[in-house]
Structure formats: structure tokens, C-alpha cells
Design a protein. Structure first.
Length: 170
């Protein structure tokens, strides 16, 4: 496969692969490193990739496996407050400085609550909430059943809601 064909076929997948990586590993720097590693491995296999029926599924599986390897091999920290604030800044439009600070503080608190969730709940809430994955995509990425994912999401949301209510009642 030539470089032009590779770019045309695999570069449009970059945003989705990045969202999957950041949802699984939890921070921008590691997600970017894993994404770079994924593209490196794809480039090395470029001659074999011409026969793929579904390049997107292949790439998502590859990045998922690299993320899981990374998570198994290192004690990984969570998404930093700075990363969360940067995401919040991208969504802010015409708001007062007080409102911006308030929203950043709320986001920081929600991130802390999510970071305290059990591992599976944390993973599925990130995949759906941050990466925007559907239940079926989460199923493919995690190997969990549809029902299990729904239960984990429900429990995670309930736990987050309870913790937020505690914060704002005091």
C-alpha cells in the first residue's frame, strides 16, 4: 500500500481512535502516545492491510489492545484536572468569568467522583461520556455483555448523582 492510499484509508479514523484511547487510558499524553504507536504498527503492516474488509474495526481493536496492554503494564494516573479544564474551555462560549470558574470547579468535582468509581464503572462511563461510544462499541471494546454495560452505567450514574447531591447539600 502506498503512502497516499494509507493516508486516505486510515487518517480519517484518527478522531475516533483518539477518543477510544483517551477514554481507556484517561489522559491526553498517553492516548496520543498509544495512537502514535498504533499508526506506526499500521504503517509497518501496510502491505497486509489492503485485504481488510473493515479497516475501522481492525484499527479500533488494535488501539483497544494497545491501551489494555498499557494499562496492564503500568500504574496509570487518571485524566488530569488540566486536561478536563481544557475540554471544558472548548465548550465555553459567551459566559462570565464567574460562571466559567464555577463550571470548571464542577467538572473537577465530577472527575474526582468518577476517579473513585470501581474500575469497570469508570471505564464504561468514560467510554460513553467522554469518547461518545455506543453500547455496542463499548461491548466490542471491553468484551462486557450489553446487559452488564447497562448495569455498570446505571450504577455509575447513580453513584455520581449521589456524590454530587452530597456535595451540594452541605
Amino acid at each position: 500500500m502506498k503512502a497516499e492510499d494509507f493516508k486516505r484509508k486510515f487518517m480519517p479514523l484518527h478522531p475516533k481512535l483518539y477518543r477510544v484511547a483517551i477514554a481507556l487510558v484517561g489522559n491526553k499524553e498517553d492516548a496520543e502516545d498509544i495512537l502514535q504507536e498504533t499508526y506506526g504498527k499500521l504503517w509497518l503492516k501496510r502491505d497486509e492491510l489492503g485485504q481488510l474488509e473493515n479497516p475501522e474495526a481492525y484499527c479500533v481493536t488494535m488501539i483497544k489492545n494497545l491501551c489494555l496492554d498499557f494499562l496492564r503494564s503500568a500504574q496509570v494516573g487518571q485524566m488530569t484536572d488540566e486536561d478536563a479544564e481544557m475540554q471544558m474551555d472548548m465548550r465555553i462560549t459567551d459566559k462570565t468569568p464567574d460562571r466559567i470558574l464555577e463550571e470548571k470547579e464542577q467538572l473537577r468535582q465530577v472527575r474526582q467522583i468518577i476517579n473513585r468509581l470501581p474500575q469497570n464503572q469508570k471505564k464504561v462511563i468514560r467510554l460513553q461520556g467522554i469518547a461518545g461510544c455506543s453500547i455496542e462499541e463499548i461491548e466490542n471494546l471491553t468484551g462486557l455483555s450489553n446487559g452488564n454495560i447497562r448495569v455498570l452505567l446505571s450504577r455509575a450514574r447513580k453513584q455520581i448523582q449521589e456524590q454530587i447531591n452530597k456535595l451540594y447539600q452541605s
